[in-house]
Every structure is written in structure tokens, then in C-alpha cells.
Design a protein around this ligand. Structure first.
Ligand SMILES: [Zn+2]
Length: 265
């Protein structure tokens, strides 16, 4: 019989912290370095496209008969993106959270089947011990009166989960992760405005995008941010044979997924 020594919560925490800080690709130091590096990288690569995005937004706003609250909110987000607010907050978050992790090799391989090269997978972090996700779960239960088994909230490039993700090719957790990765793709392509758009989508039309019939009539950017997440998740399930779909309907999914991969979000 093994002689088990009782460990205090403090020594357990210190032990775990030491493990997490270990300098390896799953570790905290590596993730912190990558997050800090993301700031100058974004300045170099994204400043041009972000200035162009801001210009387009302003031009459209000048022509529009009235500027709504969402228009002003998007404008504020575009300015924030220009100063890399998302990347800076992600890097600051890494100082506080030492136990986030990058996508595993298997998760990246599965996600690549959908997103191809349109997503920077190395920038995505998973927080499986997230207070934010638990707070979001509590707010959801109070607002709707429904009980939710688990909750995930994607903020910039970090996916906050209320429990550990046990993803394997084609299982429910992997499909769930694909939905959340769609939000990371939204952030990487259109910037931090996706956060407000996703919140608004939850309050208004919700997640139901109308099935394959609706896909034939509309382009990917015409669906709200949550519907986009569910379209991509459903396509993943179709691809893995978990959702029976006739040929023409499958083509409708492939058309909009092509738009996602081309960055038309
Ligand atoms: Zn979502």
C-alpha cells in the first residue's frame, strides 16, 4: 500500500505554478513571451489594414443617413485596435493567468480542416480555469433562468472555459471549440468590435441561422457573430459525418466556409 503524504493547498499551488512556468510550448513563460511579441508584430502587420478599415467605416458613416450607437461603438473599437488594445490586454492577462495553454497539436490539426490558413493558431490561448467563464455562466442563469452545464467566452484571442476541454477528433468538445475559434477568427479579421456584435447577437436573433436553406440565400458576413459560430460548428459536424446532409446543402456550407477562409467575415 502506498504511503500518501497530505499536501497543503499552498504547496499544491506552488507545485502547479512551478509546472506551469516550466519553459516549454505549453508553459506560461512561452505563452507570455509570445503574447508580448504579438504587440510589435501586430503594429508591423496590421496597422495598414486597420487604418484602411477605419477609413472605410468613416466613409460609410458619412454617407449613412444616421449613425447608430453601434456605429459609434465600432468606431471606438477600430481606434482601440489601431493601438493594439486587444494584444496588450492579452499580454497583461498572461501576467495574471499562469495556467492558460495554447491549442494542442490535435486541436490545431482539426481546426485547420475548417479555417485553413485564415487563423493564426499560435496566438490562441485556452483558459480552462476561467473566473470570467464562471461569472458569464452565473449571469446567463440569472438572466434566462436556464441552467447551463458549461460556458465558454472568447475575448480577443483567449477562449475562457468554465471547465477543462477534452477535445478529440469529431467529439462534442472539439465542435464546441470550433464555435469558439470562429470568434477568435472574427477578432483576427475584423477586430474587437466582434465582442459587442456577439453580445448583441445573443440578445437579438440568437444562434439559429435557419439551416442550409438560409445559407443558399445569404453570404457569411450577413449572419450575426453567434450564427457564424454555429454555421462553422455545424460544418465541422458535417465534415466528420456527425450530421447527415444531402449534397446540395453541403455545397451551401462549403460556399460560406470558403468566404470565411478568404477573410470575408
Ligand atoms: Zn459564441
Amino acid at each position: 500500500m502506498a504511503n500518501h503524504k497530505l499536501r497543503s493547498p499552498v504547496s499544491t499551488w506552488i507545485g502547479r505554478f512551478g509546472q506551469d512556468c516550466w519553459f516549454h510550448p505549453q508553459g506560461w513563460l512561452w505563452g507570455l513571451g509570445r503574447s508580448l511579441l504579438a504587440v510589435p508584430q501586430t503594429v508591423l502587420r496590421q496597422t495598414g489594414p486597420r487604418i484602411r478599415g477605419l477609413g472605410t467605416h468613416l466613409t460609410r458613416g458619412v454617407r449613412a443617413p444616421r449613425r447608430t450607437r453601434m456605429w459609434w461603438l465600432r468606431l471606438a473599437c477600430k481606434f482601440a485596435d489601431l493601438f493594439c488594445l486587444g494584444e496588450i490586454l492579452n499580454a497583461l492577462g498572461m501576467f495574471v493567468k499562469h495556467n492558460t495553454r495554447p491549442l494542442s497539436f490535435m486541436e490545431t490539426v482539426e481546426a485547420r480542416r475548417i479555417f485553413g490558413d485564415s487563423l493564426d493558431y499560435k496566438r490562441v490561448r485556452l483558459d480552462e480555469w476561467s473566473l470570467i467563464a464562471h461569472i458569464a455562466n452565473w449571469v446567463y442563469q440569472r438572466r434566462t433562468g436556464k441552467r447551463s452545464g458549461h460556458m465558454a467566452v472568447t475575448i480577443f484571442n483567449t477562449i475562457h472555459c468554465s471547465r477543462r476541454i477534452s477535445a478529440s477528433a469529431g467529439n462534442n468538445d472539439m465542435a464546441w471549440l470550433i464555435h469558439e475559434l470562429t470568434h477568435a477568427a472574427q477578432y483576427q479579421h475584423i477586430g474587437s468590435q466582434f465582442l459587442f456584435e456577439a453580445l448583441l447577437a445573443q440578445r437579438r436573433e440568437g444562434y439559429d441561422y435557419g439551416g442550409a436553406e438560409a445559407l443558399a440565400a445569404r453570404d457569411f458576413p450577413q449572419f450575426n457573430r453567434e450564427q457564424q459560430g454555429d454555421i462553422v460548428m455545424d460544418y465541422y459536424n458535417i465534415l466528420l459525418g456527425r450530421k447527415e446532409t444531402p449534397g446540395p446543402q453541403r455545397q451551401s456550407y462549403e460556399r460560406v466556409i470558403g468566404q470565411l477562409r478568404a477573410g470575408k467575415i
